[in-house]
Structure formats: structure tokens, C-alpha cells
Design a protein around this ligand. Sequence first.
Ligand SMILES: [Zn+2]
Length: 80
Amino acid sequence: MMLIPCPWCGPRDESEFHYGGQAGVAYPADPAALSDEEWAKYLFFRDNPKGPFRERWSHSAGCRRWFSLVRDTVTNEVLS
Ligand SMILES: [Zn+2]
């Protein structure tokens, strides 16, 4: 079991959340200028580090808000 600290509700069980993937992936500034390969990279390629990783979470069974946190992917410890 992993406890995830919702900024509004406090620590809750991971079953109340949905994972939203890597945080900080910006939408392309000029989408029409992207090649198919660049679009594929934007849509499907994400970092997969062993260690601290900044990611998005939704408290879908609680306040339904989105937030970002840093989680160690090895230990599941929430770092911030
Ligand atoms: Zn919440």
C-alpha cells in the first residue's frame, strides 16, 4: 500500500488516485510545424528513470483535483 499526500485532503490510500504520467510535458508551441516523428515523440515517449520522478496524480475518489509530486520509483517514497 502506498500513501499519497493530496495537497487538499492529506495522506490517502493510492486506490483513491489515478496516475497521470510524467509532469511538465509542455504542449508544442507550434503544433502544425511538427513532423509525424516529433508528434509521436510528444505523445508517446516519456522518461522512465530509476529514482526521483516528477509525475501527475488525480485524487479521483476524493476532491477530484490534479497535482504534481516527486516519487522515488524504486521505493515509492513520496519526496515532495
Ligand atoms: Zn484530495
